[in-house]
Unconditional design. Structure first.
Length: 367
C-alpha cells in the first residue's frame, strides 16, 4: 500500500510528463557510448526519458519527435540519430523500393492499434458493413501509411473487400499533422491498380467526409466532428471493441504501427548495443506495466480502468504488448504480405533482411 506522501510524489511525476509530444526533452546516463534516440514519449518509453531506466553501456539522450518527421529524417539520408522510432510500413517501402539500408529494425514494437475503430462513415450513406463500401468513395490523408495498409489488408482477408473495389480520395490536408508530423513520401505511394483522385484542395480528410465528397473515411485519427458529436458521422463498427477482440481471438494478431530501428553502421561498430537497447526498452515497458497496477487507476480518469486492464490481460496475456520476434512474427509477416498484395512494396520482404540479424533471438525476461 502506498502512503499518502509517496502517492502524491508519484502522481506528480506521472502527470508532469507530456501526453504525446511536447517540448523537446532528454535524459542522459553517466559515461558510456554517446547516442541519441528519437521517440514519442509514451507510458512505455517514459522511464527512458526520465532516466530511471538506462541503456547499459551508453550515454543516451532521448528526443521527442513526431512519426512523420522521424520517417522523413531517416529515409532522406539525414538521419543522425543512432536509434529512432519509425513507421513499420514506410520503412518497408523505403527498404523494398528505394534500396534504403541505413537502418535495421529491432523487434521493439512501440505502437500498436487494432484498426476497426479507424473507419468512419457518413450516417446517411447506408453503409453498415464493410461490403457496403464497394463502389463508394473513401477518403484518406496518406494512402500507404501503416494504419491504412493494415485496414485494407484486414478488410480483404476478413470481408473480401479489395482495394480495387473502392474509389480512393486522397486529402490534400491531414487533420492529425500536429501530432503525427508531415506525411512522409513513403506514406503517399499510390499503386497502379486502384481508382484514386485528389480531394478538394484545402480540405482535410474529415472535412471531405462532412461535405459529402466521400462516403467513408479510413484514418488513424478520430475526426474532430465525431468527437464533438456531429450526427453526420458514425463509426462503421459502433462496438469496435468486440469486433477487434474477436479479430484477435481468430488471428492472434495485434497490428503493429511503429517499430524501433538502429543505424546499421552503429550496430556494426558496437555489436553489444542492440541487446542493451532491447533490454532497456523492455525494462521501461515493464515499469509502465507496474505503474498501471500501482497508480494509473488513480491518475487516469477512466472510472473502470482496472477492469479494462484485467480484461485485456485475460484475453491477451500479462505481457499484452510483447517485444521480440517470437511473439510478433505473424503480425510482421501479415503486413509484409499486405504491402505486396496491395501493389505497394515491389516484393514480399523477409524478416531476416529488415531486422538486425542478432536481434531475432532477443527475448524478454523481465517481470
Amino acid at each position: 500500500m502506498l502512503n499518502r506522501r509517496r502517492f502524491v510524489a508519484l502522481t506528480g511525476t506521472f502527470l508532469a510528463a507530456p501526453a504525446l509530444i511536447g517540448t523537446k526533452a532528454s535524459a542522459s546516463g553517466n559515461g558510456g557510448l554517446p547516442i541519441t534516440a528519437s521517440n514519442y514519449r509514451l507510458d512505455r518509453t517514459q522511464a527512458l526519458f526520465d532516466g530511471s531506466v538506462k541503456i547499459k553501456g551508453a550515454n543516451a539522450t532521448f528526443v521527442e519527435d513526431a512519426i512523420g518527421d522521424m520517417n522523413t529524417d531517416a529515409f532522406t539520408g539525414q538521419g543522425k540519430n543512432e536509434i529512432t522510432e519509425l513507421g513499420l510500413h514506410p520503412f518497408m517501402l523505403a527498404h523494398a523500393n528505394e534500396g534504403f539500408r541505413d537502418y535495421a529494425l529491432l523487434p521493439i514494437f512501440l505502437l500498436r492499434q487494432f484498426r476497426h475503430k479507424s473507419v468512419f462513415v457518413r450516417s446517411d450513406a447506408a453503409i453498415s458493413k464493410p461490403e457496403d463500401l464497394r463502389g463508394r468513395r473513401v477518403g484518406t490523408p496518406g494512402y500507404s501509411s501503416t494504419s491504412l495498409t493494415w485496414i485494407r489488408g484486414i478488410f480483404e482477408d476478413e470481408y473480401g473487400l479489395k482495394p480495387s473495389d473502392v474509389e480512393w480520395v486522397v486529402a490534400t490536408q491531414d487533420s492529425s499533422a500536429g501530432e503525427a508530423g508531415k506525411i512522409s513520401a513513403q506514406e503517399n505511394r499510390l499503386p497502379d491498380n486502384i481508382n484514386v483522385t485528389k480531394g478538394t484542395p484545402g480540405l482535410d480528410e474529415s472535412e471531405l467526409l462532412l461535405t459529402g465528397e466521400v462516403d467513408a473515411l479510413f484514418h488513424a485519427a478520430t475526426p474532430a466532428a465525431y468527437l464533438q458529436g456531429d450526427p453526420r458521422i458514425s463509426r462503421l463498427f459502433p462496438d469496435f471493441r468486440s469486433v477487434e477482440q474477436d479479430y484477435f481471438r481468430k488471428t492472434g494478431i495485434f497490428p503493429i504501427m511503429h517499430v524501433l530501428a538502429i543505424r546499421r553502421d552503429t550496430a556494426k561498430d558496437h555489436p553489444w548495443l542492440a541487446q542493451s537497447v532491447f533490454d532497456a526498452y523492455s525494462r521501461a515497458k515493464f515499469a509502465a506495466y507496474r505503474l498501471k497496477d500501482r497508480l494509473t487507476w488513480a491518475t487516469d480518469m477512466l472510472p473502470w480502468y482496472s477492469q479494462e486492464l484485467e480484461n485485456t490481460r485475460a484475453l491477451m496475456g500479462s505481457n499484452f504488448y510483447p517485444y521480440g520476434m517470437t511473439a510478433n512474427q505473424k503480425a510482421v509477416k501479415a503486413l509484409f504480405r499486405y504491402s505486396h498484395d496491395q501493389g505497394l512494396a515491389s516484393r514480399v520482404l523477409s524478416i531476416e533482411e529488415t531486422f538486425l540479424p542478432q536481434s531475432l533471438a532477443f527475448s524478454e525476461t523481465y517481470r
